[in-house]
Design a protein around this ligand. Structure first.
Ligand SMILES: *Cc1c(COP(=O)(O)O)cnc(C)c1O
Length: 372
């Protein structure tokens, strides 16, 4: 494939497995592990990542959309799947057909799911999504018990779990996160008082999994850490993770540029002395954000070289030091390691004024994923 296109993404599935084991090592025996593989496994490729995670001990898979769940099922991934965002009511029949568990937090969706379950003669499971303070999605904590009682009294739906999501888990000891946790515990207690069995309780994302065992309950839901990236600076000292994604290219053209000549659209960069500039065949359509123009480094022959001029849609240019002896076809690292040098996803994300989460998702499907 390198021969068809000199720009690609490599994913180290052994790193995914190692990260699953390291993260599971932080939880008590018996705690279930959900591998969050939404957004095509944060750009790493949902099916291969899901398979590797399950083989390494993941019990559940978490996705954001029904399509993501169906893609896994169509590739015969059989692990339990939770669609963590309640889908529209019209999605209910397909959820049942594919044996996928949805998050549930509204009456119209509950009614549609109950109806689809009844017409298929099955009892459909769901996880109740409780909003304990993030104000994104979920039945508000103080209304959760009434909602659950209504569900129990009006449908045959099966409450298989109750969950919430934290807004500030990457800040150790955060007071508002403590409040979210208290509201979650109280909601669960109130459900039990109503003799409603909540099933599987889960709340922790990567940051909470790493920083606060009190949030683990019956299952943790890890996304970013599964890929070897940290959700924030606080977790770095707590666990050693292996980054799974590398972004690579090969030099597609080499040229001499004379003093004063500009490079790329708008000539935002000009050579201050005669120099060598190489071209790489990837650009912002591949996820190398245009904000990275004149702000990123790449590795060539183990040397950090600076990107120069505007990043174009399909190509970008790099100035190489004199005497490096670069030729067409040389391997270039945009994210990853070469010899003793490394460029992290975090460094690239900083340059693009975003977080590693968005950066990893950004590398587009135009670049083939290669698995090692
Ligand atoms: C994305 C997501 C996660 C995973 O979060 P990370 O910070 O990537 O570990 C967990 N739970 C929910 C509900 C999510 O949407």
């Amino acid at each position: 494939m390198e021969y068809r296109r000199w720009a690609w993404v490599e994913v180290d599935l052994a790193a995914i497995s190692a990260n699953v084991r390291a993260l599971k090592g932080l939880t008590a025996p018996g705690t279930k592990f959900m591998a969050v593989v939404k957004a095509d496994a944060y750009g790493h490729g949902a099916v291969p990542v899901a398979r590797a995670a399950v083989a390494a001990g993941a019990d559940w898979l978490g996705v954001a959309t029904l399509e993501e769940a169906v893609e896994l099922r169509q590739d015969s991934v059989e692990a339990p799947i939770l669609v963590m965002v309640e889908p529209p009511p019209s999605a209910a029949p397909l959820l049942i057909e594919h044996g996928v568990t949805p998050a549930l937090c509204t009456r119209p969706f509950a009614e549609a799911l109950a109806e689809a379950a009844a017409s298929s003669g099955v009892s459909a499971p769901f996880h109740l999504k409780v909003d304990t303070g993030m104000n994104r999605l979920g039945v508000r904590a103080e209304e959760a018990v009434d909602f659950a009682v209504w569900l129990r009294d009006t449908s045959d739906l099966r409450m298989e779990g109750v969950f919430t999501h934290f807004a500030t888990a990457e800040i150790p000891g955060d007071w508002e996160m403590g409040r979210q946790l208290e509201r979650f515990v109280k909601t669960v207690d109130d459900l039990k008082t109503e003799r409603i069995s909540p099933g599987l309780l889960h709340a922790a994302n990567s940051a909470a999994t790493i920083l606060d065992p009190a949030t683990h309950f019956d299952m943790v839901r890890c996304g970013i850490s599964l890929y070897g990236l940290h959700p924030g600076s606080a977790t770095r000292d707590q666990i050693s993770l292996m980054p799974a994604m590398s972004v690579k290219a090969r030099v597609s053209y080499v040229k001499r540029v004379q003093m004063g000549e500009g490079v790329s659209y708008g000539f935002t960069w000009r050579a201050s002395a005669p120099t060598t500039v190489v071209t790489l065949p990837l650009g912002y359509a591949d996820g190398v954000h245009r904000l990275l123009s004149d702000r990123m480094r790449v590795l060539i022959r183990g040397m950090a070289c600076t990107q120069v001029g505007r990043v174009c849609m399909d190509q970008l240019m790099v100035e190489v030091p004199e005497g490096l002896g670069v030729s067409i076809g040389d391997e270039v690292i945009l994210v990853g390691e070469q010899d003793e040098e490394a460029i992290s996803m975090d460094e690239v994300a900083d340059g693009a004024e975003t977080i590693n989460y968005e950066m990893a998702c950004a590398f587009s499907r135009r670049m083939r994923r290669e698995y090692a």
